[in-house]
Design a binder for this molecule. Structure first.
Ligand SMILES: NC(=O)c1ccc[n+]([C@@H]2O[C@H](COP(=O)([O-])OP(=O)(O)OC[C@H]3O[C@@H](n4cnc5c(N)ncnc54)[C@H](OP(=O)(O)O)[C@@H]3O)[C@@H](O)[C@H]2O)c1
Length: 333
């Protein structure tokens, strides 16, 4: 797989591996053996970019994902780019499937979080450390200043922001150059295309999370009943309600047709589409299944022309589709 450059100099594979689902939000949690098989397959496919966060876990083990990766990535640590995130916690009092998030961008929180992440991930530094959501009660300059300190101490080498707006990106970048933003981006969620000019101006990469619209774009899901309750967030996502699935019927049929025309799968078209859009976009699809991981990674071999991208965009602009999950609610402090 080819590499892409995030920011000034962070070299990552064109497609990264979003590791969240192995521990969080999609129901059954992966065993260590399953995780080892997934990571081994990802490495075999040329993937060098692995994404986690301090909050990806289960009720019993809130940091499950970092601990799991700390074990299974150990043999590959020096050959990969490891990214994690800090700066939010769940509102544990909530009873909803996806608990609201409470942002906390205070420097003291970031400095405490990095120690936990380094320990769990069995490493002395992270290659990319994101603030997971923007805390509107803390000036972003303070958060950026804390990231700068972590860099000076060698605990991180690059930093980024997740779900950031242009104004926040510009302010943060002035204090400490930002390597990447990690925002939601898929054929169903294109709002952040408006950030392309600023990312180009400041030379910041775009790591696309939930690039398959949480799985919908694979055209593999047909019934709301397929999702485990209560642990699977998809049971509460608008694109996967019975009504949402019905609203997306025509869209999914079209996805299958354009995929068949290229002799690939809908998941692969979804990822190839964003790879063709900009050279600084790096999708990080997640899966707990080795065959799907292979399918997703091999999207890097599919080349779409700019005319093909344009015609897909034109169809997307008119295609009836449901709302798509926009993330867990942000709780005011
Ligand atoms: N910064 C943030 O706030 C944020 C938020 C969400 C996610 N993320 C990151 O982004 C990564 C990816 O996002 P995501 O996992 O939410 O969404 P996604 O990659 O769009 O979709 C993942 C879902 O699709 C299914 N899937 C994946 N490949 C498939 C295929 N080829 N065929 C059929 N089904 C397939 C997976 O199910 P199976 O596991 O059963 O295969 C999983 O349920 C996460 O792992 C995480 O690292 C970041």
């Amino acid at each position: 797989m080819k590499i892409r450059i995030l920011g000034r100099d962070l070299e990552v594979s064109e497609i990264g591996f979003g590791c969240m689902g192995m521990s969080h939000a999609y129901g059954t949690v992966s065993t260590q053996k399953e995780a080892e098989e997934l990571i081994e397959k990802a490495i075999d496919e040329g993937c060098t970019f692995f994404d986690t966060a301090e909050i990806y876990g289960t009720t019993e083990d809130p940091h499950h994902n970092e601990k799991l990766l700390g074990e299974v990535l150990r043999p590959y640590r020096n050959k990969i780019v490891l990214a994690s995130k800090c700066g939010i916690r769940f509102d544990e009092t909530a009873t909803t499937v996806n608990k609201p998030l409470i942002p906390d961008g205070r420097p003291e929180t970031i400095k405490a979080s990095i120690e936990g992440s380094l320990m769990r991930l069995n490493t002395d530094h992270l290659d990319l450390y994101y603030i997971h959501r923007i805390d509107m009660t803390v000036p972003i300059e303070e958060t950026a200043g804390a990231m700068k300190e972590l860099m000076e101490q060698g605990k991180i080498t690059h930093w980024g922001l997740s779900e950031a707006s242009e104004e926040i990106i510009r302010r943060a970048h002035k204090v400490c150059p930002v390597t990447a933003i990690q925002n939601r981006y898929s054929m169903m969620y294109r709002d952040y295309e408006k950030l392309f000019p600023v990312l180009e101006e400041l030379k910041i990469g775009f790591v696309a999370f939930s690039p398959l619209a949480n799985g919908l774009l694979t055209a593999a899901y047909h019934s709301h009943g397929e999702f485990e309750k209560p642990g699977d967030y998809r049971s509460a996502m608008p694109q996967f309600t019975e009504e949402g699935l019905k609203e997306n019927n025509e869209f999914m049929s079209w996805m299958k047709v354009i995929a068949e025309e290229k002799n690939v799968t809908p998941a692969q078209i979804s990822l190839a589409w964003m790879l063709a859009k900009k050279p600084y976009i790096v999708p990080i699809p997640g899966t707990r299944k080795v065959n799907r991981l292979e399918e997703n990674m091999e999207s890097a071999d599919i080349k779409l022309t700019q005319d093909e991208v344009k015609s897909i965009d034109e169809m997307l602009a008119h295609m009836p589709m449901s709302q798509v999950f926009g993330g867990s609610k942000i709780q005011k402090k």
